[in-house]
Structures are given as C-alpha cells and as structure tokens.
Design a protein around this ligand. Sequence first.
Ligand SMILES: CNc1ncnc2c1ncn2[C@@H]1O[C@H](COP(=O)(O)O)[C@@H](O)[C@H]1O
Length: 338
Amino acid sequence: MDDLNRFCESIPKIELHAHLNGCIRSSTFRQLLSSPTDQMRFDTLDKEFPMGDTHSRMANFFEKFSLLRSCITNLDDIRRITHETLEDFISDNVIYAELRTRPRSFQNGAIAASSYVEAILETMQEYEDKICSRLILSIDRTQTLEQAMETLKLAEKYRAQVVGLDLSGDPNVKSFERLRPVFDLAKQINLSTTIHIGELPDEECLNENNLIIDYKPTRLGHFNFRTDDQEQRVLKEQIPLELCPTSNLLTMNLSDLSKHHFDLFYKNKHPLTICTDDSGLMYCRLSSEIFQIVQTFRLTKKELYEFMFQTSNFIFDKNMIEFCQTKLKNFSEQLNLF
Ligand SMILES: CNc1ncnc2c1ncn2[C@@H]1O[C@H](COP(=O)(O)O)[C@@H](O)[C@H]1O
C-alpha cells in the first residue's frame, strides 16, 4: 500500500451519509437469509449492476435495497447490523458518524418503530468511547404525510441522539412538495435536515431540485444532476454537499471519477463531505472513497487534512465539532504534518 493510501486510512474521518441497511455486510446478509429457498434472493443481490442508463441502474439499486431490508426481521438483527456497521467504521478510523435509517416496525406492528430506533441508539451508546455516532431518521419518498409526521415525532422524542431528518428513497417518486410540511416543522424546532437531490437526469427531477433548494435544507445529498442555475444557487447559498464517489459513479453511469462534480465544487471552495452512502452494497470503505478522490484530483496530504477539518464544521451535532477538530489536530501533530 502506498504512502498516500496509508494516510487516507489513518487520518481521523467523518462519515455523514451512510444508510444503515445499506451498510449490511454481504456475509451477514447471507447468514440472515439462511433458508435454501432464498437462492433467488442471493442471486438478485449477486447480480452485477447493469450497464444501462441511470434509470435502469437506479431500478436495480432499489431492487437490491428491498432485499437487504427484507433480511432484517427483528430487533436482534438491527442491533447486529448497527454493531457491525460501527465496528467497520472504527476499523477504518472513523471518529464521528451520522447513520441514517427509516424507522420500521416488526411483526405487524407488535414491535413498534420506536423500539427499532431505541435498539439502534442503545447499540450506538455502547460504542460511545470508540466512535461518536449519531442518528438521522429517514423519510422515504413513498411514505404518506402521516407516516412522515410520525418519523418527525420520533426524532423529537429521541432528540439527544437523533440529530436530523433525511428524505431518501426511489427518486422516481417526486414527493418533496407533498412532504414539505414535515420539513417545515423540522425547521421550526431547529432539527437539521438533509435531502437527496438530483439523482435522476429527467425534467421532473430537475424541477423538484428547485423546490428543494428553495426550502434550503441544512445539507444536500448527491446533487448529481442539476441545471447551471441550480448549481449557482447552491454555491451562493453555501449549502454543504454530501458526495459519495462510488455510488455516484454507478448511478450517474460515469466512466471515471475525473468527471465527478467534486472537482467543480472543490475548486469553488464549497463546503463538502465525502461519504460512502451504502458501503455493504457498494463494497466500499470511507478511506478508499477518500483515496480515490485524493488521487484523481491530486490533493496533497495537507489539502486532505484541511478538507476533513472543514467537514467537521457541518456535522449535525454541533457539540462534537471540537471533539473532531481536536482529534484531527492531534493526528497532524503526531505526524508532524505541517
Ligand atoms: C443513490 N443512493 C440512494 N438514493 C436514495 N435513497 C437511498 C440511497 N441509498 C439508500 N437509500 C435509501 O436508504 C434505504 C436503506 O436504508 P434504511 O433501510 O432506511 O436503513 C433504502 O431502502 C433507500 O430508500
């Protein structure tokens, strides 16, 4: 492993865009789906992502997601996934992580969505001395306004560890306008928000981008497809962007990372963070995502250090900014970096 790669591994890292059920290790998925009749499900997950355009890639992506979610059937499963996800981030020197998930109930509602959230929060708490982790609750684009409101209520109930609200799911479903009242309420109670934006190149998606930018969430996810005007607005408003290289490359159907919009926003000194999105599904780690960016866009060690430092400014739990910055400063002093 070369020096730069090692540096990307050892630098204290911040992960701000990781979907919990997208982080399931494939070995765990296989164990959870242990019945022989599950061969079809294994085959679906093993299928390579199709070549095709963004729409067909996205369809395949979401088919895989519903499979991953289907293997979590009780609270022990979600505790295990949380535990393994945190272990994986710790082994990659991640010091602060915001995980996101859509609350769900089990056994036809006998086990409530609040128990799902509590199981994750308790597991996070067990790891507090090894990694600082916080939870973002996701609203899925297909959900009703009432369901979304329930998620907001859960976020309020567990406010100490739940630090934000996310909108995600199949971008073919344009639902921001319908769900906006919930996001307006989130703003009123000072709950941070992050919204997936610009995941498809179609006109409807571009139209929805305008509504999302008008709302001005705390952070935006991906922003793969956008108009020049939308790009300028996000730059002007300085809305931090969560970029996920492997995931973006795959869904945007880009031949190589040099065409990724990291370049444009980085050159404009825009607030940015590099994230994994779905490390289990994409077989990626945060250090390798960062390494690819550093290598492709020729960032120096100092630039990467500064990049990580600026990322710490827009984590949702503002009480932990100092913690992240101290860890980074200690790292640079130990290595005599500057
Ligand atoms: C291109 N990337 C993406 N775009 C949009 N939504 C995504 C996503 N990656 C993941 N999700 C959303 O997160 C859910 C899994 O996490 P939880 O089961 O809630 O923990 C997926 O079902 C999907 O709706």
